[in-house]
Design a protein around this ligand. Sequence first.
Ligand SMILES: [Mg+2]
Length: 175
Amino acid sequence: MLTLAIDMDETMADTTKEINNWYEREFGHRLSEEQLHGVEFRNAIPEAHAGVVKRYLNSPGFFRYLEPFPYAIDVVKELNQKYRVFIVSAAMEFPNGLKDKVEWLDEFCPFLNWRQYCLCGDKSVVQTDLMIDDRAKNFTHLVGAKTYLYSAHHNVAETRFERVDNWQQVAAKLL
Ligand SMILES: [Mg+2]
């Protein structure tokens, strides 16, 4: 079986939506799709709010209640029959999220074994046959891997890698 590395934030789960939820709770308004187009959330907010995104990401519980993208769980479940699936998330920058991520995977992906969870500091240590991720920087070290860039507001300008826009497209390409 080929190994398949799958990212969590902004690939399986809608992290930006949750940041926006927390931002709205604190400041009373959400950022629109247009405001987020082509930029990181932290760069789309006023200077006076600098640092709030990091604060959210390091809050216990933040990563526990992320919404899975439509069909993400169903497709990962099927992929798990066909590939050696590993969930690869660079999680060490926000260590309070580690347990949240494990609990999230336990809840949404009970068909996975904990041995398939790879919460790491830097994905450049990972070699795999296939990878799905929203960050192109996580592909550049791979040798001979097939990569799929999961489309996100921040990566619209990236043109070097094959894209998937949703999990139905992942299913069409990989199942
Ligand atoms: Mg990600």
